[in-house]
Design a binder for this molecule. Structure first.
Ligand SMILES: *[C@@H]1O[C@H](CO)[C@@H](O)[C@H](O)[C@H]1NC(C)=O
Ligand SMILES: CC(=O)N[C@H]1CO[C@H](CO)[C@@H](O)[C@@H]1O
Length: 362
């Protein structure tokens, strides 16, 4: 039976009200787990080779964006000081990740028992007749949008189409989707002009159903971070407080996303917003969060020096000495340490949703 047919079957059972359901809510994280898909979902202990398919933007991109320095800031993740904390595996070189080291998709892969994110779609020359990498594939690309971009490309949809094309070409088949996981890491700052939030959330929901129709078992969808707490907006207060208007537009998106996907079969809205809020604007006396980062709103690297400078432009930025003490790497992206902390705090709910029982340490 084709997997998408199975998905429809489960949906039918759901309508008939005969599917056992267990709902786990951890903090503000709406997690939902069905006890039954086609069989009990317990991952084998020894080797978890379940594939991860990654979609989204800078939060998850591990090398899909263009590296040409002539493109300016867009390609900065391919230049020093990006990646300067990378482990020897990457030769301490930039990899196109928007961080001093790893990004969210890497830490999700670690939770699943892989060493880092599956390879980038554009960087994978091993798409031979043997199919794709055993860990899956990363389609996320920096600056991806949900709706029509100026270039006329539906970015998230186009990423899903890339996976669909691999299926069509026989490089990905049903076996690759067995117990597979998709991450949809969309983090764009949208304001609710002309129902934009509703349109974006509709598109995200559509992307989730497209992935489920392809046969992906479980889909994790990020909610958006508190934009008002990004250095970009916190700069106005010399990095001493968050901007309420910025936060409010995040909250609008996240409320709409939760209303739309909160109870969806096989989907989980990952509450990165609460975790980041706790880490960068901890409530007074919240020892657990206050101790995590010495610098919560100030970025490790920011524009300095020459006009038009930015992190990644020669002579155009300042760089901190201890990135591990900073939550933010640059004006919008977390550091390696920032992502690690976020994903450690979300590890429990993710394990519950994916049915993983072995705790990975990272
Ligand atoms: C901003 O904050 C830093 C560190 O707290 C301080 O050294 C600096 O003087 C402040 N700048 C302004 C303009 O207030
Ligand atoms: C951490 C923080 O500053 N949160 C604020 C973000 O904005 C909303 C809406 O204005 C406030 O309620 C939060 O306190």
């Amino acid at each position: 039976m084709k997997l998408f047919a199975a998905a429809c079957f489960v949906l039918f059972l759901n309508i008939a009200g005969r599917v056992a359901e267990a709902r786990a809510v951890a903090g503000d994280v709406a997690t939902q787990r069905r006890h039954h898909r086609r069989h009990h979902h317990h991952l084998p202990r020894a080797k978890r080779a379940h594939k991860l398919f990654v979609f989204g933007d800078d939060f998850a991109d591990n090398g899909n964006s263009a590296s040409d320095p002539g493109l300016g800031p867009v390609s900065r993740a391919w230049r020093y000081p990006f990646g300067n904390r990378n482990e020897a595996a990457h030769g301490r070189k930039p990899t196109g990740r928007f961080s001093d080291g790893l990004v969210q998709s890497d830490f999700l892969a670690k939770i699943m028992g892989h060493s880092e994110s599956p390879p980038p779609y554009t960087g994978d020359s091993d798409n031979s007749d043997d199919g794709i990498d055993a860990s899956g594939m990363n389609f996320a690309v920096a600056e991806a949008s949900a709706l029509e971009a100026p270039s006329g490309v539906l970015k998230l949809r186009a990423q899903v189409q890339q996976l669909r094309d691999l299926v069509r070409d026989g490089l990905v088949d049903d076996r690759d989707f067995t117990d597979s996981v998709a991450l949809v890491a969309y983090s764009v700052h949208t304001q609710n002009l002309n129902d934009l939030v509703a349109k974006v959330v509709d598109e995200l929901a559509s992307v989730v159903s497209q992935l489920q129709d392809l046969g992906v078992s479980k889909v994790i969808v990020n909610n958006v971070p508190p934009f008002g707490c990004s250095p970009w907006l916190a700069k106005a207060s010399n990095y001493s407080s968050c901007d309420d208007d910025g936060n409010m537009s995040s909250d609008e998106h996240n409320t709409a996303l939760r209303d739309r996907l909160g109870g969806e079969e096989g989907a989980m809205v990952l509450d990165v917003n609460s975790i980041i809020t706790n880490l960068v604007a901890p409530k007074e006396g919240s020892v657990l969060y206050e101790r995590q980062f010495a610098e919560r709103l100030r970025p490790c690297s920011e524009a300095a020096g020459e006009e038009g400078g930015y992190c990644g432009r020669d002579g155009g930025y300042s760089l901190c000495n201890r990135p591990e003490e900073y939550f933010f790497w640059d004006m919008v992206h977390p550091t390696h340490a920032g992502w690690r902390a976020v994903m450690q705090l979300l590890q429990g709910p993710i394990m519950a949703f994916l049915g993983i029982s072995d705790l990975e340490h990272f």
